[in-house]
Each structure stands twice: as structure tokens, then as C-alpha cells.
Ligand binder design. Structure first.
Ligand SMILES: Nc1nc2c(ncn2[C@@H]2O[C@H](COP(=O)(O)OP(=O)(O)OP(=O)(O)O)[C@@H](O)[C@H]2O)c(=O)[nH]1
Length: 327
């Protein structure tokens, strides 16, 4: 069975609607990245020019310099080892390498680290405007659909609008939001959130925080305090610290990731607005450069457009035309 056939079989094990969401959410990246690669694969032979052109295409899709170098190096090795002569045969080879990079070293670490028999706490970090509030709302919806009781804590007290926005999502999804006034101590809101979640028998508490990057020391201090309070109240928590990044901001998102990763222990990335960019290659750069797994992707504005990240669905969506041709 060829690589594309195996990929098709593998993605068919999840529901069709998930495959559709990945396909439509990644269609811009697929058109631009895989579309551009077509000219490479139509070259008459595999030579230096081909590798260089491929490098340029990957970098233009925000795959990042290091990831691009690794991909092309691995491709060269495979071409030698398997004695590949036809440029056309590079397609499945390349997609297989992309999949390996996306999966990273530890395949199992992309699931959410929540507990079944106690309160799980998920902390959200990220700068304003990346889709943090929207993502919290969508995640609350996701867990509610699974029959979990969810409470939200409005820990972004820096901006009055953020608290109200979270309340709107709370109403929309039908979950309680614990809030204080704007300007109050985020750790105090989250402390109250934990008490309320416990009193109401909640399974999941999702905490928002402010994302002030301008002052790294403040950001670190605030996150440290929040961590301390959460860890003291619920041993082992927060179970996840998710950093929200806007995929459309490319290398700027990488920079934010580095700063937040230094300020706190980020356990997973949420890449939002994938549907709005042709540069979805950022997912590869993040996996390769930060070593932090992408756990969720935002593939649209609807409530169920936030999907658990699935590297096979991702590669399938990018190369879907090739997959269909072969199957
Ligand atoms: N197309 C698309 N839009 C998204 C996605 N995620 C979020 N958005 C939109 O991005 C915009 C910003 O989202 P917010 O949730 O307000 O961003 P935020 O990070 O909370 O911003 P602040 O409230 O300023 O902190 C909204 O219009 C969302 O609908 C996504 O996956 N796809």
C-alpha cells in the first residue's frame, strides 16, 4: 500500500465531518503550498535547482528555516537510499517527511492531559487579538458536548472588554463564568474560580489570563502567581497551559511562543485562524523549533471549528488532491 493510500485509510477512521473541516480549513495552505510544489515535481530531473526551489516554497509557507533545512536534508537522504529518479515520486516521500516532523518525537503527547476523577484546570495564555477568548468558548463547548461540567474564570482583568467577552461566550455555550471587576488580581479571580468549580462539582475549569508582552517581568510574575495559587489549591494543576497563537501572524507567532515559553511552562499550542492563511506551514515550524505540541487548531469561526490537532488529517488535507488521485 502506498503512503497516500495508508494516509487515506488512516484518516477515514475519524468521522467524515472532521476530515471535511481540516480540508476546508487548510484549503488556502494546500492551494498555495502544494500548488507551488507542482512546478517542482514537474521538473525533468531531481537536481540542485529542484531542491532549492523546494526550499523557497517551504520558507514562503512559514515552515521556518530550520524545519525547511531538515525536510530537504531528509528528502535528499531518502532519494539516495531509495534510488528515486523521478521528481513525481518525491510527493509521497515529502509528505511522509512532513508528517514525521509534525508528529515529533513523542506521538502520544498531543492529547489533553485532563484527569477523570477530579477537577482539571486548563490555563490559557497569549496576547490580545489572537483568538484566545473565542478559543476558550469553543473549548468549553467541546467539553460540554462530551458531557463535562465546565466553569470559566475571567482572569484577563487587564482589559474590561475581555471579561464581558468571556461572559458572552459563557452565555452562548451555557457555562458559568466567575469574574471580578476589571483591574483586580487575576490570581484572586482564578482562586474564586477554583472554589466555585469545586462547589458546583465541575470537571473542567478554564482560566483566561491577560497577555501583556510589553513587560516580560510583569507577565512572568503574574503567571507565576497564578500557577502558585492553582498548584496549591489543586495538586498537579494546571493540567495544561495552552498558548494561543494566530497562524496568520507567521514568524511573529514564533516570537510570541518563545517569550511565553520562557515566562511559563507551555504544555500545548492552539493555532487559530488556520482557515485565514496560506501559511499553515507554521505548524511545522512550531513543532520543530519549540518542541511544544500543537494540541488544537482553529479551522473557522463556528463553535465546532476548534479541532484537536491531528497530524495525519493535516497532511491529508494538504495533499488531498494527490491522495484522491491515487486512491
Ligand atoms: N476565521 C477564524 N477566525 C477566528 C478563529 N479563532 C478566532 N477567530 C476570530 O478572531 C477574532 C479575535 O478573537 P478573540 O477571541 O476576540 O481574540 P482574543 O485573543 O480573545 O482577543 P482579546 O479579547 O483582545 O484578548 C474574532 O473575530 C474571532 O472570531 C479561527 O480559528 N478562524
Amino acid at each position: 500500500m502506498s503512503f497516500f493510500q495508508r494516509l487515506k485509510k488512516s484518516v477515514s477512521q475519524t468521522t467524515e465531518s472532521v476530515t471535511q473541516k481540516f480540508k476546508s480549513g487548510l484549503s488556502k495552505t494546500s492551494t498555495s503550498l502544494v500548488g507551488a510544489m507542482d512546478t517542482v515535481f514537474r521538473r525533468s530531473k531531481i537536481d540542485e535547482d529542484l531542491y532549492e526551489e523546494l526550499e523557497e516554497i517551504l520558507i514562503a509557507a512559514d515552515v521556518g528555516v530550520n524545519a525547511t533545512m531538515e525536510i530537504v536534508e531528509r528528502l535528499r537522504t531518502e532519494v539516495k537510499e531509495r534510488k528515486v529518479k523521478e521528481p513525481e515520486a518525491l510527493k509521497p516521500l515529502l509528505s511522509e517527511i512532513l508528517l514525521e516532523i509534525l508528529k515529533g518525537e513523542e506521538e502520544e503527547d498531543i492529547g489533553m492531559n485532563t484527569v477523570d476523577d477530579d477537577l482539571s484546570i486548563i490555563l490559557f495564555v497569549g496576547v490580545n487579538g489572537v483568538g484566545k477568548t473565542t478559543t476558550i468558548g469553543k473549548l468549553a463547548h467541546y467539553y460540554k458536548e462530551q458531557g463535562k461540567k465546565v466553569v470559566l474564570a475571567a482572569g484577563d482583568t487587564f482589559r474590561a472588554g475581555a471579561i464581558e467577552q468571556l461572559e458572552v461566550w459563557g452565555d452562548r455555550v451555557g457555562v458559568d463564568v466567575i469574574r471580578h471587576q476589571a483591574g483586580s488580581d487575576p490570581a484572586a479571580v482564578i482562586f474564586d474560580g477554583i472554589q466555585a468549580a469545586r462547589a458546583r462539582g465541575a470537571d473542567i475549569l478554564i482560566c483566561d489570563t491577560a497577555g501583556r508582552l510589553q513587560n516580560k517581568v510583569n507577565l512572568m510574575e503574574e503567571l507565576k502567581k497564578v500557577h502558585r495559587v492553582i498548584g496549591r489549591e489543586v495538586p498537579g494543576a494546571p493540567h495544561e497551559t495552552l498558548l494561543v497563537l494566530d497562524a496568520t501572524t507567521g514568524q511573529n507567532a514564533m516570537k510570541q511562543a518563545q517569550i511565553f515559553n520562557e515566562a511559563t511552562r507551555v504544555t500545548g499550542i492552539v493555532l487559530t485562524k488556520m482557515d485565514g492563511t496560506a501559511k499553515g506551514g507554521i505548524a511545522l515550524a512550531i513543532r520543530r523549533e519549540l518542541g511544544v505540541p500543537v494540541k488544537w487548531v482553529g479551522l473557522g469561526e463556528k463553535m465546532d471549528d476548534l479541532q484537536p490537532f491531528d497530524s495525519e488529517q493535516f497532511i491529508h488535507a494538504l495533499f488531498v488532491e494527490e491522495v484522491e488521485k491515487e486512491a
